[in-house]
Ligand binder design. Structure first.
Ligand code: PBG
Length: 343
């Protein structure tokens, strides 16, 4: 029996920390914040316990609550006061995000990132204005037109809207912009638009490999951004594909993305790991609403220890290769990490 190698030697209490390979810190985390122009009071988000949509007047307080836990960055999502087919409130100077940004950047030190997408702003809930496309779907059509007009997101018209959105965000004080629509060419036009307007210093965190995922369910309630018809599989990625993810990420890197994001996180750790190996950019992972909701639901039943599984989830995402993690657990986990350190 050869017991020269006893890995358990390094698992004793006082040495475990010395040999640990992955370190999770509050500074790695970004907390999503929902600002809602349709309400005067905070509205709890039922499927995301502990999270609320806050009125614009509470945006600063909400961000200060985040900062108190040790988390230094927030990602802002907006619910506009009205919606239309083009999503025009997304770039309005007095829009919900623009207004919240001016207040937050004037009164706090938070690093403020904005989600750049149209799905919360269009009345149909898709990530850009629609166009009709001739498509042959659903098999053979006998004696009829082979191609039926189908509504889809108009890629190039959406690019024009994204330019207007990022410039309006940068003017209102955004530190970083994060386009999330999986629109072809989005990073390229956004970089140009920012540079033209004097915002060369504003980085882009691209939702580079964003999958068409059922794990976004609770978020769509939170941000009121569910598509009113169809789904997003004509622009978000097919969960079956991983090589395609690298192709998508490469395009964004070539177009000038500063940070590359994979979303969701836990069901896609293979992608996080592959992106980490292939690129030397900072890699972000979005631990999405469904990943949060399912742990809460199981904990509510007494089946899981919420604090432990939350921490283990985030540690796993880091271990897979993420440098930054967007997560609804940010405040809770940061609070726990700071408490552990004081012990
Ligand atoms: C908007 C956007 C979505 C999420 C972040 N930005 C929703 C979607 O694509 O349907 C999901 C976040 C989450 O589930 O936590 N495009």
């Amino acid at each position: 029996m050869d017991l020269t190698h006893r890995p358990r030697r390094l698992r004793r209490d006082r040495v475990r920390g010395l040999v640990s390979e992955t370190n999770l810190e509050p500074a790695d985390l970004i907390a999503p914040v929902f600002v809602d122009a349709t309400t005067d009071e905070r509205v709890p988000i039922e499927s995301m316990p502990g999270h609320e949509r806050v009125p614009i007047g509470d945006a600063v307080d909400r961000v200060e609550e985040v900062l108190e836990t040790g988390v230094e960055a927030v990602m802002l999502f907006g619910i506009p006061k009205s919606k239309d087919p083009e999503g025009r409130r997304a770039w309005a100077e007095d829009g919900v995000i623009q207004d919240a940004l001016r207040r937050i950047t004037a009164e706090t030190d938070a690093y403020v990132i904005t989600d750049v997408c149209l799905c919360e702003y269009t009345d149909h809930g898709h990530c850009g204005p629609l166009e009709e496309e001739l498509r042959r779907e659903g098999g053979v059509v006998e004696n009829g037109p082979v191609c039926e007009p189908t509504l889809t997101v108009d890629n190039d018209a959406t690019l024009e809207a994204l330019e207007k959105i990022v410039v309006s965000h940068a003017r209102a004080g955004a530190d970083m912009v994060a386009p999330s629509g999986m629109i072809d060419g989005m990073v390229d036009v956004i970089r140009d638009a920012l540079d033209r307007d004097g915002f060369e210093h504003v980085p882009i965190m691209s939702y580079a490999a964003k999958y068409e995922s059922a794990f976004y369910g609770p978020f769509r309630d939170a941000a009121d951004g569910a598509p009113s018809f169809g789904n997003r599989r004509h622009y978000q990625m097919d969960p079956a594909n991983s090589r395609e993810a690298l192709r998508e990420v490469r395009l964004d890197a070539e177009q000038g993305a500063d940070v590359l994001m994979v979303k969701p996180a836990l069901p896609y750790l293979d992608i996080v790991s592959a992106v980490r190996q292939e690129f030397d950019h900072p890699v972000a992972a979005y631990n999405v609403s469904g990943e949060y909701a399912m742990l809460h639901a199981a904990a509510e039943k007494g089946w899981l220890d919420l604090e432990e599984v939350a921490l283990e989830s985030l540690l796993s995402i880091k271990r897979a290769g993420a440098d930054l993690i967007l997560t609804y657990f940010a405040e809770d986990v940061a609070g726990r990490l700071s408490a552990d350190r004081r012990r």
